[in-house]
Design a protein. Sequence first.
Length: 159
Amino acid sequence: MNKLIIGLLTLCAFTACAQKHKANTEILASMNTISSNLVLLNNQQSIVPLKTLEKLNIASVSLSFSYATAFDSLLNKYAKVTPFSSNSYQSSTTLNDLEDDLKYFNTIIVAIPATASNDARNLNFITSLAKSKQVIIALFGDSRSLVSFDAIQAPIVWT
């Protein structure tokens, strides 16, 4: 009877490992695809990857980014990140109120789709933030939108 139980447990363990291996292989393939399509620009000061996380108070700001929830979830696997969205400030002609809400954060990760990169309100907001905070721009979409950020020296992660 003991041999039967041990045999069943061993069989279950091998089966579970095989299933996990397949899932891990799929995750690895996805990660390789993403990393091969990802470009890091303006990182001369080696801001990315973030270091001394315990000293950073990090916020994530979505500027009309549709996948903000998933993006914030991924960021929170790396470090504690507080999410903000420009959608909450739509009635304002500027994003000054959002900038005020970010005053206690020293690192801001801005998620912005290419479609929102030409909006003067967004560009003014990012430029103003970059004067007093460590800003990282996560740009999603067409590479032609990169020209909008020529005057900004913050690191840009583009995909």
